[in-house]
Design a protein around this ligand. Structure first.
Ligand SMILES: NC(=O)c1ccc[n+]([C@@H]2O[C@H](COP(=O)([O-])OP(=O)(O)OC[C@H]3O[C@@H](n4cnc5c(N)ncnc54)[C@H](O)[C@@H]3O)[C@@H](O)[C@H]2O)c1
Length: 370
């Protein structure tokens, strides 16, 4: 199979769909890998690194799309890429279809086989291709929060870890899943006083077992959230109700009880945010202030740490790229639940129910195309 890796063209997207190790694995298995020149630069991977791993470099995206049987990338195709995708071509990337009717209609029109990272499920019913990005965003939330707590960026002027003789900062994390746990580890590690809230008692028990003593696990309800955020220097929003909009757990009127210059990092912004006053921001302009509280609501946080994110993502995606190339998409889907659950639109048909439901479009059961 010819596998193509184009350069990402989304604004401030520094990741790339494959690293030299992935190229090497595919080439060793007898496939050909075309990499667009410059595709890895945002992640610190040079063209010659790809070449040494066995890739063939090509100059332009049309050359990658024109020759490849399977495209491996990171973000959803943009309008400039729609016309490059052809019938029967496999496109393996994040799509987030439910967020865009335009993209859904465009991919139906191409007749391509689209395999979406975000819906791929393993036997434990977790989402192994989403988890690495939640790990990145969770750890990054503390780094960003610490930065915006500094006075020049209009924060309270707090060093989260404190120093001998001065108390540390208070970090409140709402949601104790992948994002929340990673945020808690980072905040605890730099010496902050951390409180993590979740509605799952089982999850709180687990967190109590694995997190250090400067983390307090607390049941999440309106009263506890209100009490916690009054003391908070940094609040991290990390809740998820799968498939649904995030619940508004901090309301506008709560902000007036928070400390001036406190920071909210609402990681859940990609699902609408768990803070009423949250609205999506970008890396170019990540924060704004409401009632004296700094809001950081970047919807693609991992993009800023492109190198780490590229390696974290491809650690999870490469294995299946190799299997799809080896077996073809149909047999790979039959053999691997992850590939099967990743199929969203195939040959102009929507085969993933939630996507069809999101737009009231026709749903075709997957079995009909396999
Ligand atoms: N902004 C970004 O760049 C970025 C990057 C990665 C992930 N995310 C988002 O971060 C969010 C969290 O992702 P995750 O992987 O940690 O999800 P997860 O499913 O691992 O964890 C979510 C947790 O929220 C808890 N929860 C649900 N309702 C709650 C409530 N009312 N109070 C407290 N806890 C509650 C759940 O019990 C669960 O433990 C998602 O919306 C995800 O899409 C954003």
């Amino acid at each position: 199979m010819i596998v193509g890796v184009p350069r990402e063209i989304k604004n401030h997207e520094y990741r790339v769909g494959m690293v030299p190790a992935g190229v090497y694995a595919l080439v060793q298995a007898g496939h050909k890998v075309l990499v667009q020149a410059g595709a890895g630069l945002g992640s610190g991977i040079l063209d010659e690194d790809f070449e040494k791993a066995g890739a063939t470099l090509v100059a332009s995206a049309p050359e990658v799309y024109g020759q490849a049987d399977m495209i491996v990338k990171v973000k959803e195709p943009l309008p400039a890429e729609y016309g490059l995708i052809r019938k029967g071509q496999i496109v393996y990337t994040y799509f987030h279809y439910a967020a865009s009717r335009e993209l859904t209609e465009a991919m139906i029109k191409t007749g391509a086989v689209t395999i979406a990272y975000e819906t791929m499920e393993d036997a434990k019913r977790t989402l192994p291709l989403l988890t690495p990005m939640s790990e990145v965003a969770g750890r990054m939330s503390i780094q960003e929060g610490a930065k915006y707590l500094e006075r020049p960026t209009e924060g309270r002027g707090i060093l989260l870890g404190g120093v001998p003789g001065v108390e540390p900062g208070n970090v409140v994390i709402i949601g104790g899943g992948v994002v929340g746990t990673n945020a808690a580890k980072m905040a605890a590690g730099i010496g902050a006083r951390v409180t993590i809230l979740d509605v799952s008692l089982d999850r709180l028990r687990y967190l109590d077992d694995v997190l250090p003593p400067n983390v307090t696990e607390l049941y999440s309800n309106a009263y506890n959230i209100r009490e916690c955020i009054r003391q908070a220097d940094l609040v991290v929003g990390a809740v998820l109700i799968p498939g649904a909009k995030a619940p508004s757990l901090i309301r506008r009127e709560d902000l007036q009880h928070m400390k001036q210059g406190a920071v909210i990092v609402d990681v859940a912004i990609d699902q609408g945010g768990c803070v009423e006053t949250a609205k999506p921001t970008t890396h170019a302009n990540p924060t704004y202030i409401v009632d004296g509280v700094v809001h950081y609501c970047v919807a693609n946080m991992p993009g800023a740490v492109g190198r780490t994110s590229t390696f974290a993502l491809t650690n999870a995606t490469s294995r299946f790229a190799v299997e799809i190339a080896r077996h073809g998409w149909k047999n790979a889907a039959k053999a691997f639940g992850e590939v099967r659950t990743g199929l969203n639109i195939v040959d102009g048909k929507i085969v993933y129910k939630a996507v069809a439901e999101a737009f009231g479009m026709e749903y075709t059961p997957l079995e009909k195309v396999l």
